[in-house]
Design a protein around this ligand. Structure first.
Ligand code: G6P
Length: 369
């Protein structure tokens, strides 16, 4: 096992650090920026299913569901295709409207999650085209779907999902870019620009990982918290949800993710000097509004840990702690902003003496409904 951990103390840490390479492995051979192409057999062979689809329905559980939420923003924003994101467990029990003109995308690291499998079976019965995004090759979901794309993240052992999340987002981004081009939503040059930017992401993730020591110091301050709030907007709202899930899963601290603007409809009542609030405040996603949310938290003595793009000045003045990550275009930002949140949950869990790789009551893949 020590050899498998490759010198890291835990699988989770190893997998967090593997992300620059894992993301690259995910688009290798698929993203051909010099030729201005995205080539993916699973999509190319069924292109019309996607370009003619009335809508895309995404089904998933846990962290994969969060990747689905990011994909909702990507598909609607870039490819202009309506998307619904469903918890697989809810989807199948509420008599959903599914037609043969729907494309269902099932996202699953393990490819074995029982609720997701059941949702796929239902979608197939209703005549939808079902596409899988899985990490484990030859898994049940990979076999049950009509077509699919693997994430190629390599084995993920830590129960808390990290590199599976960022590689799922990478695959879904590739698909959205391809569809944006096919549907004529993107010009040749816009498409090329996005491909080039995506190729730049691994280096940016690498830079984001360099904030590890800073994050460890922040973890030291908040390790005894009993609650934590995560806020983000737009593309970074699902990142807030995922950050909160990571903290809950491995440190057993109660954490909630919220769209920043919803704070005033509830969570603001909880804010006092005991409440750390992690705010993802990238420069584009409604930046001014998020800054005003930060001011509201400050005026109630809440503690602010802000994740910002490098060079940010406004948030720096207000926040108690600032973690800078390299700037990206907004659709690619979740791949980078999620990194400090993974590291924060890791360090807090470790300082609380928790079993980081195998948290209590959780399983890597849930094969019961
Ligand atoms: C479990 C795991 C999570 C995972 C979820 C969905 O709850 O602990 O890390 O996100 O299942 O798993 P899947 O394999 O379908 O992505």
């Amino acid at each position: 096992e020590e050899i498998e951990k490759g010198g890291y103390d835990h699988f989770m840490l190893k997998e967090i650090y593997e992300q620059p390479r894992a993301i690259q492995d995910t688009y290798r051979g698929r993203l051909l920026a010099d030729q201005g192409l995205v080539r993916m057999a699973g999509i190319d062979n069924h292109l019309e299913k996607f370009t003619n689809a009335d809508r895309i329905i995404i089904v998933a559980c846990g962290t994969s569901w969060h990747a689905g939420l990011v994909a909702e923003y990507i598909f609607e924003d870039l490819a202009r295709i309506p998307v619904e994101v469903e918890y697989a467990s809810e989807f199948r029990y509420r008599n959903p409207v599914i037609t043969p003109n729907d494309v269902v995308i099932a996202i699953s690291q393990s490819g074995e999650t029982a609720d997701t499998l059941a949702a796929i079976k239902l979608a197939k019965e209703k005549g939808a085209f079902v596409f899988g995004v899985c990490n484990v090759v030859g898994s049940s979901i990979a076999r049950e779907t009509h077509a699919g794309a693997y994430t190629h993240a390599g084995p993920e052992i830590g129960v808390a999902s990290t590199k599976a999340f960022t590689t799922q987002i990478t695959v879904l981004t590739l698909i959205a870019l391809k569809l944006a081009k096919e549907k004529g939503v993107f010009s040749e040059s816009e498409f090329h620009e996005m491909l080039t930017q995506l190729e730049g992401v691994p280096a940016k993730v690498e830079r984001a990982l360099q904030s590890n020591d800073l994050i460890e110091a922040i973890a030291e301050v908040y390790k005894d918290s009993t609650n934590c709030l995560y806020l983000g907007r737009g593309y970074n709202f699902p990142v807030a949800l995922e950050g909160a899930l990571k903290l809950k899963e491995i440190s057993y601290i109660h954490a909630e993710g919220y769209p920043a603007a919803e704070m005033k409809h509830g969570p603001i009542a909880l804010i006092d000097e005991m409440m750390p609030v992690v705010v993802i405040a990238t420069r584009k996603g409604h930046y001014e509004k998020v800054v005003s949310n930060i001011q509201e938290i400050k005026s109630r003595q809440g503690k602010i840990i802000a994740v910002v793009f490098e060079g940010d000045e406004s948030v720096k003045e207000l926040a108690d702690h600032v973690v800078e990550v390299p700037a990206t275009s907004e659709p690619l930002s979740p791949l980078v902003t999620t990194i400090p949140l993974q590291l924060l949950s890791y360090h807090i869990a470790l300082m609380r003496g928790c079993n980081v790789d195998q948290p209590r009551n959780l399983a890597k893949s849930v094969t019961v409904e």
